[in-house]
Design a protein around this ligand. Structure first.
Ligand code: AMP
Length: 262
C-alpha cells in the first residue's frame, strides 16, 4: 500500500464508533505527517468475550463523515478475511509481564490479538508514525514492545485521554450507557483524581472509593497503583518514579477502563 512515496504517513488504528478522542489522534497525526491513514476494524482476535464483540458499536457512515471533516486522507476498512487470510502467520512477541496483569489477566488473549492485528497493519501500511491513546495505557506499553522488536523505524506517539466535561473518559462503549449511567460513570475519574492526590496512602483511599462506586452500581474489577512500564504493584505506601493508577469495572453490563499517570 502507498509504495514509492516521499510523503510521510501517519497511521491511527481504531475500531470505529469514533468520538473526539479518536479525532484528537488524527489531528496529532496530521500535525506530524504529510498524510494520515485511519483504519477501522473491529478485531475479533482481541475480544475474549463474544458478547462484547457482538455488542461493540458499529457506525461506519458517521465515522466516515467525521474522518472527512477531520482531514484524514485515507480510511482503511478491511474485512476479517483480508486481515487474516488463511494460513496467515503472526509475529511472536514476548510481552511478559504485561500479558499476565490487569487487562492481560482479565482479558486472556486480548493483547496477543492486538499484537496480531497491529503486526498485519504495520506491515501493510508501513507508517512513519503511529498515534495511540493513553486511555489504553497497557496497550501503549504493549505496542512499545512490538515496535521495539519488529518495527524500530516507526515513531510511536501516545496521546492524553480526552474526557467529557464530567471527567468521564470518552469511549465508544459509553454509547451503551443510559443517561443515568453516564452520570454515575463520572465517579470513576473523580476517584482517580482523588487517589492521585492521596497516592501516598493509596490502599486506604482505594478501598473507600471501591465501596462508594459499588453503591452507585459500579463493580470494580481492579483499581491499583502500578509502576511503569511493567505495571507491577509497588510495596505498600511506596510511590514509584514512573507510576499510574489503573481502573477497570462494570456499569450497566458495560466494561469501562480508565487511568491517570502520576
Ligand atoms: P479503539 O477504537 O477503542 O480501539 O481506540 C482507538 C485508539 O483511540 C486507541 O489508541 C485508543 O487508546 C484511542 N482512544 C480511545 N479513547 C480515547 C480517548 N478518550 N482519548 C484519547 N484517545 C482515545
Amino acid at each position: 500500500m502507498l509504495q514509492n512515496r516521499t510523503a510521510t504517513l501517519g497511521f491511527v488504528p481504531t475500531m470505529g464508533a469514533l468520538h473526539e478522542g479518536h479525532l484528537a489522534l488524527v489531528a496529532e497525526a496530521k500535525r506530524r505527517c504529510d498524510r494520515v491513514l485511519v483504519s477501522i476494524f473491529v478485531n475479533p482476535l482481541q475480544f475474549n468475550n463474544s458478547n462484547d464483540l457482538d455488542k461493540y458499536p458499529r457506525t461506519v457512515e458517521a465515522d466516515l463523515r467525521l474522518l472527512e471533516n477531520a482531514g484524514a486522507d485515507y480510511v482503511f476498512i478491511p474485512s476479517a478475511d483480508e486481515m487474516y487470510p488463511e494460513g496467515f502467520q503472526t509475529a511472536t512477541l514476548d510481552i511478559s509481564p504485561l500479558d499476565s496483569v490487569f487487562e492481560g489477566a482479565f482479558r486472556p488473549g486480548h493483547f496477543q490479538g492486538v499484537v496480531a492485528v497491529l503486526y498485519q497493519l504495520f506491515q501493510l501500511i508501513q507508517p512513519d508514525t503511529v498515534v495511540f491513546g493513553l486511555k489504553d495505557l497497557q496497550q501503549c506499553l504493549v505496542v512499545e514492545k512490538l515496535i521495539g522488536k519488529h518495527f524500530p523505524h516507526i515513531e510511536q506517539i501516545n496521546m492524553p485521554t480526552l474526557r467529557e466535561k464530567s471527567g468521564l473518559a470518552m469511549s465508544s462503549r459509553n454509547t451503551r450507557l443510559s443517561p443515568e449511567g453516564l452520570q454515575k460513570a463520572a465517579l470513576i475519574y473523580e476517584m482517580l483524581d482523588d487517589l492521585k492526590e492521596n497516592v501516598a496512602d493509596f490502599n486506604k483511599h482505594a478501598a473507600a472509593w471501591t465501596n462508594k462506586l459499588k453503591l452507585s452500581g459500579i463493580e470494580t474489577e481492579y483499581v491499583q497503583l502500578v509502576a511503569l512500564p511493567d505495571m507491577q504493584i509497588p510495596q505498600e505506601n511506596a510511590v514509584p518514579d514512573r507510576a499510574a493508577i489503573v481502573f477497570a469495572g462494570y456499569l450497566e453490563g458495560v466494561r469501562l477502563i480508565d487511568n491517570v499517570l502520576i
